[in-house]
Structures are given as structure tokens and as C-alpha cells.
Design a protein. Structure first.
Length: 216
């Protein structure tokens, strides 16, 4: 699946600095939040990037560029940082949320077994199949989708239930969304940190990654 993920030209035109580090993890063992993952959350909360940091503002600008109001539907890392202390979800979600706030980096994690075809990021036409609770994407909105329909609205605002990571998830995909001023080197470091935490949770996990960029 990694080699089939792509960025639509319309998204590249909107933000030529956009890149995504996509990580797959096969053979995960997930479970409820425990002392270890709670410690990750607590340490991340102490190291969280401030709300007014330029990396945060870059995402608000990206939302405004496709017509969204970032004060109403916040980029995921903005919303997450405002919720400190971080919520306890499950061990795998705790892992990527802790990386997210420490780097001001939106990260989404989804169950790979519930995907239909490759992930791709596009600008919505407005008639894409979407879960009722998620709402219908507006024309021009940036979305992640697969062959079935929308998997995440407004770049990284809200994910569908269909591909949500649960305690039963064994194969997952993680999307780390990058805009400048975050460097590609910092994106790489964040990906390595996430891979380390996933390996700590599941020593037998098989991890692969790919940088997907606009080429502009």
C-alpha cells in the first residue's frame, strides 16, 4: 500500500510545502492505556509545543486556504494541545498523540485492515461517500480518502469510525502531516520516535515507511 499513496495535484498547488511521512505497522499488540503509555502522555504534555508556535500557525493558514475556519474546526494537533493533559485512549493512540504534541505535528492512525484501496489526499468534489456523523465534505475541502470514501475530513481534523484504531487493531497505518517551517529532518525524527514506541509496545512489529511529497 505504501507505494500507492499519493497527493493530488490540487493539494500540491494549495500547499507546495506539504509532505506526509506514512508508516505502516504489521503485527501490533494494542491494549488499554497503561502505566507506560500514561507516562508517555505525561512527558509529552510537559514538552508540548506552544499553541502560538509558527508550526501551529502554518496549519491554521492551510485550513483558511481551503475555506475552513480553524477556530471552529481546528487542525488535530491544535485541538489536541488545547486538551492538555492529553486524553487516555489506548496504547497505540497514546503513542502517536505523545509524538504529535511534542513536535506540533498532526498524526493520524488508522486500522489498515479496514482500508479499501490506497490512501490518497485530494480536494473534495463534495459528493464523496462519508459517514453521517462526520458530515459531507464541502467542495474544495482537503480530505484523505480510499476507494470506499472519506477517511479523514479537513486534512487531519476528524477521522471516520470505519478505520479507527481499536484495542483489536493488529495492522495500522500512520500519517504524519508536515508543513513548513517543520523540516523534513524533524519529520524523519518524529517518525523514528513513533516507530520506537510501537516497537516497545510490540517487539515483533514489522514497520515500513515512505515519504510522500508534492515534488514542488
Amino acid at each position: 500500500m505504501l507505494e500507492e499513496i499519493w497527493i493530488d495535484e490540487a493539494v500540491a498547488d494549495l500547499r507546495p510545502d506539504y509532505a506526509a511521512l506514512v508508516i505502516t505497522a504489521h503485527g501490533l499488540r494494542n491494549g488499554p492505556t497503561d502505566e507506560r503509555s500514561r507516562r508517555w502522555l505525561e512527558e509529552a504534555a510537559r514538552q508540548a509545543v506552544p499553541i502560538d508556535h509558527p508550526k501551529m500557525e502554518a496549519w491554521r493558514d492551510a485550513y483558511r486556504a481551503f475555506g475552513a475556519k480553524p477556530s471552529r474546526t481546528r487542525p488535530s494537533v491544535d485541538a489536541l494541545t488545547r486538551r492538555l493533559p492529553l486524553p487516555e485512549i489506548n496504547q497505540v493512540v497514546d503513542a502517536y498523540n505523545s509524538i504529535s504534541v511534542r513536535h506540533a505535528l498532526p498524526i493520524g492512525g488508522e486500522d489498515l485492515d479496514h482500508y479499501a484501496g490506497p490512501a490518497r489526499i485530494v480536494r473534495a468534489i463534495g459528493d464523496e461517500p462519508s459517514e453521517e456523523a462526520l458530515g459531507q465534505p464541502e467542495p474544495g475541502e482537503v480530505i484523505w480518502r480510499d476507494d470506499t470514501g472519506v477517511t479523514c475530513r479537513r486534512w487531519n481534523w476528524r477521522q471516520v469510525v470505519r478505520t479507527r484504531l481499536t484495542e483489536e487493531t493488529t495492522n495500522a497505518i500512520f500519517i504524519l502531516d508536515r508543513l513548513e517551517p517543520m523540516t523534513l529532518e524533524e519529520l524523519k525524527v518524529a517518525g523514528e520516535e513513533l516507530a520506537d514506541l510501537l516497537t516497545e509496545l510490540s517487539p515483533e512489529v514489522r514497520i515500513a515507511s515512505r515519504l510522500v511529497s508534492t515534488g514542488k
